[in-house]
Design a protein around this ligand. Structure first.
Ligand SMILES: [Zn+2]
Length: 409
């Protein structure tokens, strides 16, 4: 048994809290202080309803979209009617829609009543050659025309390149400079194929930061497992916005997951994240999306993975019971969760067993706890134990003790 959620019948052993509440508000790591970093003032572009719909299992009907949109901080649905409906919900979020960079798409988007339009076009030589066949000069000309139209309608506009990291740097920077001068609210950089590293991200965003004055949005695919690290790097280099989706769902294996990014950022910038986001809603939100697309929450998911706050080794359990900060970088209570100390294994220790005895109301001396711990370890060597097995060893040992005491009296 191994749980991070509400206590079940057996009940997780959960003692103490992080040394002091104040500790949760300042990162225990050395801060990297530099004027350009946005790690403590970033914004999230939630694209579960946009990127997420590109996930293999996703089919969001209107009802599901509304349910998710209501649970989300922000959403960017693509379909026209759903978009209109969601815009009509009056949510506390800006509604953006994501369209190709051409006049026809831009007009449809504006008709939906959205707050902002995201224009996107591929700029890598691969996409220029094999996708839309347009040269950079034509891309620039079209972009400026469309941007002018969207702005004339009083709607926010973002311009994003696709496959930015495999685009020619000079082309890319001149395009961004032109759209920035045309007055876009934001430019977007996308690692569409998920091959960028944190170092590449830092270099590109840092350079772009020197070229445009508008906000910089970033979009990272997770094909090589760098999506969260790349997002963090982008913020350090001066990006202002990160695209996420719940559980990272999206094209192929998806993008930066909202929950994992929250885990990363709550350690980097605790004050900002705890005050800005309703972190306790994360688990329900992930469960809602997981069931909508018929997947399980991965076992190793930060925060909500089934053993994200489970401690097993005796030596860890002892320290955790004394002060959870020893082996926990995040206090589960911030996310409305509890830690669990696994006691059903041969690597358990007597401190963890003592805590379990206290929870069960079984009074024993330290020597007795050590003796029964030895019994549990011996049994766990023979076969896997469930919490019920361990509890019944503790109960029967306790009954034996009481019998012995009665005989002595
Ligand atoms: Zn994408």
């Amino acid at each position: 048994m191994c749980g991070t959620d509400a206590p079940d019948a057996a009940g997780p052993v959960s003692n103490g809290s992080h040394a002091s509440k104040a500790n949760t508000a300042s990162s225990p790591y050395q801060n990297v202080n530099d004027f350009i970093s946005n790690v403590a003032r970033f914004k999230i572009i939630e694209s579960t309803l946009r990127e997420g719909e590109q996930f293999a299992n996703a089919f969001f009907d209107t009802e599901t979209k509304i349910k998710i949109a209501k649970a989300l901080p922000v959403s960017s649905p693509q379909s026209y009617e759903d978009c209109k409906t969601i815009c009509g919900l009056g949510l506390k979020a800006k509604i953006l829609t994501h369209v190709r960079c051409n006049m026809e798409d831009a007009k449809k988007a504006v008709e939906c009543g959205v707050d902002g339009v995201d224009l996107v076009i591929g700029t890598s030589s691969f996409l220029q050659k094999y996708s839309h066949g347009k040269t950079i000069a034509i891309i620039k000309e079209t972009a400026l025309e469309v941007i002018q139209y969207v702005k004339s309608q009083g709607v926010e506009v973002r311009f994003s390149s696709e496959d930015s990291f495999r685009s020619d740097l000079v082309d890319l920077l001149s395009l961004y400079k032109a759209v920035d001068q045309a007055g876009v609210n934001r430019v977007g950089v996308a690692d569409t194929v998920g091959g960028a590293t944190p170092r590449m991200v830092y270099d590109l965003i840092r350079t772009l930061r020197g070229v445009v004055s508008c906000d910089i949005e970033t979009h990272f695919h997770d094909d090589t497992g760098c999506a969260v690290a790349n997002a963090h790097s982008a913020l350090e280099a001066g990006a202002t916005h990160i695209d996420t989706s719940v559980l990272g769902i999206g094209e192929r294996n998806g993008i930066t997951p909202l929950g994992a990014l929250m885990a990363r950022m709550v350690v980097t910038a605790p004050d900002y994240v705890i005050n800005k986001y309703n972190l306790k809603a994360l688990k329900d939100l992930e469960e809602l999306v997981a069931s909508s697309v018929q997947i399980n929450i991965p076992f190793n998911n930060p925060i909500t993975g089934f053993c994200a706050f489970t401690h097993k080794a005796g030596i860890h359990a002892k320290a955790i019971l004394a002060n959870p900060s020893t082996y926990e970088i995040i206090d589960p209570a911030i996310f409305g969760l509890t830690r669990y100390i696994s006691i059903n294994s041969r690597i358990t220790g007597w401190n963890a067993i003592r805590a379990r005895c206290e929870q069960l109301g079984l009074k024993m001396t330290d020597d007795e706890v050590k003796e029964v711990t030895a019994k549990i370890k011996k049994m766990a060597d023979i076969r896997p134990l469930a919490i019920d097995d361990t509890d019944s060893i503790l109960h029967s040992y306790h009954i034996e003790l009481q019998k012995k005491q009665a005989q002595q009296v």
